[in-house]
Design a binder for this molecule. Structure first.
Ligand SMILES: [Zn+2]
Ligand SMILES: [Zn+2]
Length: 452
């Protein structure tokens, strides 16, 4: 019997493979599609060719050069007839990161075009979970990456996705606190489950799907990482920098037992276990060259691990960025909307276990503000994003009190929470298997077969 107040139930059935909704475009006035096969648009058969979809005051049109083919109110469902793919042109990827570019992507499943509140188009891809994962694993990592690493990545990506969808009913994902502390999560998306970019997981359609990813998915189909009866919110990032980070450094202030910091090395390794307790020890750590799994200097191994788009980034374990006073002022003004005047210093107020700053004071002659958490700090100090917020600052003072510039010495790439992708791939190359990798990064968890 149903009683009074009901909890909102997740829309997922977890006894069979779920279908998920991936946001490809939050808002775009028009977009170009192409296909070499017949497809249906709101039930109307359409032939092979190139089409334009546009939104205008609540009406969505699908046109060829000859004119409008299908017109609909608010929604249009585009579905290939025999499971063929549809190409979407000029898709932006790596939005506002240093690898941003336009690509042409092919999608299976259904494309949902919706009118947004502002009269633009929203584009969503509805697709079975395992097919989505094929693309994510292919987009995130190179097919030449060690197989046990790819298996681990499949379980991590699947767990993360399901955990986000399950959490969506209960969580308030975008937080803004005093001191400009903010962060966002997948639960920020109201109209779909996940977006297609680095904010959630990279999903570049089926064009990049490779057989290694397919084999790793088949080997792990339906398997998720569990902790205490719950599917793990299994996070991952490119390179922890030597020590993985706690959940609360990047997102809300709660302890997640399986997302605790760990030294990214074998248990016997000791030099990396130095405590990061004060600014001096952080500086020592960042200027050191610890024997971490993700401290990969072997170019051949890196080329096996990283997808093409990331191979342009080589110095991620330790990095350096030089900014002049003028550059920093300009970037801060552009990113925060605040005129700080001359920047006197950048002062870390709070750091996580990996050295990542989650509260940073920007002290200028005209303004003095505190920013966080890690992604916001990375955003405001760079025209794209800093590799990470694990950095120490050296200011160049030539005369007076106003520095002429700043040098940031940093460690790692990404938020550093959960699985370190480079470290995990390096572990697999050393002979560790999928379970060893998962246990190393997600302490106290086990793998469960969720659906066949
Ligand atoms: Zn997202
Ligand atoms: Zn690492």
């Amino acid at each position: 019997m149903k009683t009074g107040k009901q909890q909102q139930q997740p829309r997922l059935s977890l006894s069979e493979e779920p279908t998920i909704r991936v946001g490809l475009w939050e808002s775009v006035p028009r977009l170009r599609l192409g296909t070499s096969a017949w497809f249906m648009a709101n039930g109307n058969p359409c032939g092979p060719g190139t089409y334009e979809t546009a939104a205008d005051h609540g009406t969505i049109t699908l046109s060829t050069e000859a004119g409008i083919v299908v017109k609909a109110d608010e929604h249009m469902i585009i579905e290939p007839l025999r499971g063929d793919a549809i190409t979407v042109y000029d898709m932006p990827i790596g939005r506002s990161f240093h690898w941003e570019r336009l690509q042409e992507h092919q999608y299976r499943g259904r494309l949902l075009c919706q009118c947004t509140e502002s009269g633009c188009l929203r584009l969503i891809n509805e697709i079975p979970l395992e097919q989505y994962l094929e693309s994510v694993v292919s987009s995130e990592m190179s097919p030449d990456a060690p197989f046990e690493f790819l298996r681990a990545h499949c379980i991590v990506s699947r767990s993360w996705l399901l955990a986000q969808i399950l959490r969506k009913t209960t969580s308030d994902a975008t937080k803004a606190h005093k001191h400009k502390q903010q962060w966002t999560d997948a639960t920020v998306h109201r109209h779909f489950d996940v977006c297609n970019d680095d904010h959630c997981q990279r999903y570049h359609g089926i064009g990049r799907v490779n057989t290694a990813a397919q084999q790793a998915l088949e080997a792990t189909r339906g398997q998720v990482l569990m902790y205490g009866g719950e599917i793990c919110d299994a996070r991952f990032s490119k390179c922890c920098g030597g020590i993985t980070e706690a959940f609360s450094t990047a997102w809300d202030d709660r302890e997640v037992p399986y997302l605790q910091p760990c030294a990214d090395c074998a248990t016997s390794c000791s030099d990396i276990r130095m405590q990061i307790s004060d600014e001096e020890s952080v500086e020592r750590f960042i200027h050191s060259n610890p024997a971490a799994y993700c401290n990969v200097t072997d170019r051949a191994l890196l080329a096996r691990i990283l997808p093409d788009v990331d191979r342009e980034t080589l110095h991620f374990f330790r990095w350096r960025l030089d900014l002049t006073q003028e550059e920093l002022q300009e970037i801060l003004r552009e990113k925060t909307g605040i005129d700080f005047g001359d920047i006197i210093n950048l002062e870390p107020l709070a750091r996580g276990a990996s050295g990542r700053i989650y509260r940073l004071r920007v002290h200028g002659t005209k303004a003095d503000e505190v920013f966080g958490k890690e992604l916001e700090i990375r955003r405001i100090l760079s025209r794209s994003h800093l590799y990470s917020s694990a950095f120490v600052v050296k200011s160049r003072v030539e005369r007076g009190t106003v520095p002429s510039g700043f040098t940031l010495y940093g460690a790692g790439w990404g938020h550093g929470v959960g699985m370190c992708q480079i470290g995990a791939a390096a572990m697999a190359a050393l002979g560790y298997d999928c379970k060893d990798i998962l246990h190393h990064y997600f302490n106290g968890t086990h793998v469960l077969q969720l659906y066949p």
